[in-house]
Design a protein around this ligand. Structure first.
Ligand SMILES: [Zn+2]
Length: 463
């Protein structure tokens, strides 16, 4: 089809689609038109994949600056495609993957060669096979290319395409993309059972750790750990998962009439919180660059006027804005540095770092507190944040007399958990929430062994 004919077609399809008679349709007509529109979409999708393949072929890295993407100022065919289509990177990457597997090559004499998955290519071109099913199919069969006989692979591909397009002798009903994924995985397991065995080399090649795209305020984590890595992670988590919050705080008599008070967090949530502490401790140690003694684990930017009143912030490397509560915690433990930016984006003025505890201050506070100040919490000092007892915004100084160690979780929830902290002559005291201790007594709850020893009035011997 010439490009002019394609433009004419696109114009008339757009005109027909603009007049959408959706709500006036009867049931049967609605279903019929849905199928027709989908068939149209599949043909367009096949063309999208083919176009992506052509752009990739003209943007090969070995062509260097002469490649198409490079000439258009893009780092890759994928970037060029995203700019052209406004589609997501996941979407354009899927098109490129499928294009690479279904694009026909050319011999030196100019003859067309079959594609790697030629049945898939043919069914895509006729609009019978959708991109979702084609991806599910090729994703499962592609790893088998070097492992099973080409004839066996060809048979599997043909059968799966037949199932997806309803042209199989077994069934004339098209299988959905999800069904194709399951069928393809069965084919894979049947053709290459050894490939499924978790032998070491295989696991080694498959090991990985991924952060997915953010959704609903959470970044999904996925991947696979080698058993030895999983063992280390488990040991770390198990050592710091807290079964209870109370025992270290209440006396035995006070505990007698209560059942042990459970940590309100799930085990999954606790593991998440332990991980933050581990990462923070690592960021603070060794060669990590520091701002005024505190390691800049995450850079958060916000408007100056929001600093006192509370407002959204933006973290380096994270897409969605951070809530005022999150920002407040990060400012409390991480400090601030004012940067005045002009209307044209130029930096007009750079202030010095404020409100962050220096490394010597942190060491002093660690010696006094010994770990998270909330009784029953087993997060060690090295993994804790320093909390301003009187917020800096309310005039609280960044001084050891106003800073206590709290783990990430107890810091995050200090305003809502019912735990209260005050400083008495430079020593922190903790008040438990009423559901835990109805006397509401203030108590010095330290985990520092030297502080405990001094309270006992005896000299401190050894660890
Ligand atoms: Zn804690």
């Amino acid at each position: 089809m010439s490009s002019t004919a394609l433009l004419d077609l696109a114009g008339s399809v757009a005109a027909a689609l603009a007049d959408r008679p959706v709500d006036g349709l009867g049931d049967e007509a609605l279903l019929g038109i849905t199928r027709q529109v989908e068939a149209l979409g599949r043909s367009v999708d096949a063309l999208r994949v083919a176009m992506a393949g052509e752009i990739a072929a003209r943007s090969r890295t070995e062509d260097g600056p002469a490649g198409l993407a490079a000439r258009k100022g893009c780092r890759s065919a994928n970037e060029l495609l995203q700019r052209l289509t406004q589609a997501s990177s996941a979407n354009t990457a899927a098109r490129l993957t499928l294009a690479a597997l279904t694009r026909r090559g050319t011999t030196l004499s100019g003859a067309r060669m079959p594609a790697m998955f030629d049945h898939v290519r043919a069914a895509l071109e006729t609009g019978d096979l959708g991109v979702d099913a084609a991806l599910a199919l090729t994703k499962n069969l592609a790893p088998l290319r070097d492992r099973v006989h080409p004839d066996a692979l060809d048979a599997a591909e043909r059968e799966l395409v037949a199932a997806a397009t309803g042209s199989s002798p077994d069934s004339h009903v098209e299988a959905s993309a999800d069904e194709i994924r399951i069928q393809a995985s069965v084919w894979r397991a049947t053709l290459d059972p050894i490939g499924l065995e978790p032998d070491e080399a295989h696991a080694m090649a498959k090991r990985g750790f991924r952060l997915g795209p953010e959704r609903n305020g959470l970044v999904p984590v996925s991947g696979g750990l080698l058993p030895e890595a999983a063992g280390r992670v488990k040991r770390l988590f198990d050592a710091y998962l807290t079964p209870t919050t109370a025992p270290a705080f209440l006396t035995d008599e006070e505990l007698a009439d209560k059942n042990a008070v459970k940590d309100p967090r799930t085990k999954d949530q606790q593991r998440h919180d332990v991980l933050i502490g581990v990462l923070d401790a690592m960021a603070r140690s060794g060669d990590t660059p520091t701002i005024g003694g505190a390691a800049p684990t995450v850079l958060v930017t916000m408007r100056a006027e929001d600093l006192e009143t509370g407002g959204a912030g933006y973290a380096d490397g994270v897409e969605s804005p951070l809530s005022p509560t999150t920002v407040k915690q990060m400012v409390c433990s991480g400090g601030t540095q004012k940067v005045l930016i002009g209307r044209n984006g130029r930096i007009l003025k750079l202030g010095s770092a404020e409100r962050c505890f220096t490394a010597p201050q942190r060491r002093a506070i660690t010696a006094r507190d010994g770990g998270c100040r909330i009784p029953g919490c087993s997060i060690p000092a090295g993994w804790c944040e320093v909390h301003h007892v009187i917020p800096a915004a309310e005039g609280g100084p960044t001084h050891p007399d106003n800073g206590v160690l709290l783990c990430w979780f107890h810091h995050r929830t200090i305003d809502t958990s019912g735990w209260a902290i005050r400083m008495r002559a430079g020593a922190p005291e903790v008040q438990a929430p009423p559901w835990l201790d109805h006397t509401r007594r203030w108590r010095p709850a330290t985990k520092s062994r030297i502080a405990l020893a001094m309270r006992l009035g005896r000299p401190h011997h050894g660890p």
